[in-house]
Ligand binder design. Structure first.
Ligand code: AMP
Ligand code: FES
Ligand code: ZN
Length: 314
């Protein structure tokens, strides 16, 4: 695009970019995604779920730079040094930029960590972790009156999830695999503004912007299928640049409409969980049931008019 020295070669776009044009390219991909999928507007309050990894830190940085009103949320999952380091990186990023951050420590607030939950319930760690994270995202968004929760899922993540869903023809999951899910019945709107950027691009964004992030992958995710699908797609990408993009963006354009939008919104069978008030189709939500089996202590704190296990700190 200019005569500047190239810093990155993007084979899927058949182009090399200088620093300025690469950063501009990333911003425009994110802006395009936000606008195309009507994720949020300039007056919305955005809760950014931040893990301390490259994607969510790049996302927070971009949204802040683009002038959106954001607040971060990071959850201490209790996974050895990995979690401590992740929380620390996120705190440092927020402090350096003067951004507001809520830190929720799973063990301190709910009485169990992800390894506890996996060990005590026999659940796969990633499944207990995913359930806990979704619950905390929803609860903090509800209580804080946020318009939307955004996560740093990137093109590699979404293509790998799509691959897994297609492998097992999980049509309910395929119908829900959208870059934005509408709010409703106590669930906040959820959006993934980075779905057009690869993890190589978010890593490059962090490098060029001087953002320190946790390099390690979660030690509990070792050997899961998601990582195997990513490797597979990377092999394909190597042979055919653009394969990942065609697969996922093609699904959004042409595939998604063939699957019903199974959703947790607009359901008639939902009521408030007896324990935490979250929307559920049973008496108690799946998080409260997990918590009962996983925790050794009960730490329920009164908040507002309903009973809420909380403990968010700023
Ligand atoms: P993962 O499921 O680990 O691939 O993470 C996907 C996205 O979920 C990240 O980009 C973050 O936006 C969010 N996320 C993951 N872990 C955490 C965490 N510990 N606290 C807050 N948000 C998280
Ligand atoms: Fe959840 Fe690894 S981050 S199990
Ligand atoms: Zn509950």
């Amino acid at each position: 695009m200019c005569r500047g020295a190239p810093v990155i070669d993007l084979r899927q776009h058949n182009a090399a970019f200088c620093e300025e044009h690469f950063l501009r390219f990333c911003r425009s991909q994110v802006t395009k995604t936000i606008e195309k999928h009507q994720m949020f507007g300039p007056t919305d309050r955005i809760l950014v779920a931040v893990s301390g990894g490259k994607d969510s830190l790049a996302l927070w940085d971009m949204l802040d730079e683009l002038g959106y009103t954001t607040e971060g949320l990071t959850i201490g999952l209790g996974i050895d040094n990995y979690s401590d380091q992740s929380t620390e990186m996120t705190r440092r990023f927020a402090a350096e930029r003067g951004l507001a951050l809520q830190v929720v420590d799973l063990a301190a607030t709910y009485g169990f960590s992800v390894p506890d939950a996996a060990g005590r319930t026999g659940r796969v760690p990633c499944s207990a972790c995913g359930l806990s994270k979704r619950h905390v995202f929803d609860q903090v968004a509800r209580e804080g009156g946020f318009d939307v929760v955004v996560t740093g899922h990137n093109l590699d993540d979404e293509a790998a999830v799509l691959f897994g869903n297609v492998m097992r023809w999980q049509d309910d999951y395929l119908g829900r695999q959208r870059p934005v899910l509408a709010e409703g019945d106590g669930f906040p709107r959820k959006a993934k503004p980075l779905v057009r950027l690869t993890e190589r691009e978010t890593a490059a964004w962090c490098l060029l912007r001087g953002i320190d992030y946790v390099l390690d992958e979660c030690p509990m995710a070792d050997g899961n299928n998601h990582l195997a699908y990513k490797e597979l797609l990377n092999t394909l990408e190597e042979r055919t640049p653009g394969a990942k993009q065609d697969f996922y963006l093609g699904f959004l354009r042409q595939g998604l409409r063939h699957f019903e939008q199974g959703s947790d919104t607009a359901r008639t069978d939902l009521r408030a969980c007896e324990e935490c008030g979250a929307p559920t189709s049973a008496d108690r939500c799946s998080f409260c049931r997990l918590r009962e089996r996983a925790s050794t202590t009960s730490v329920t704190v009164e908040l507002g008019s309903t009973k809420h296990p909380t403990g968010a700190t700023s």
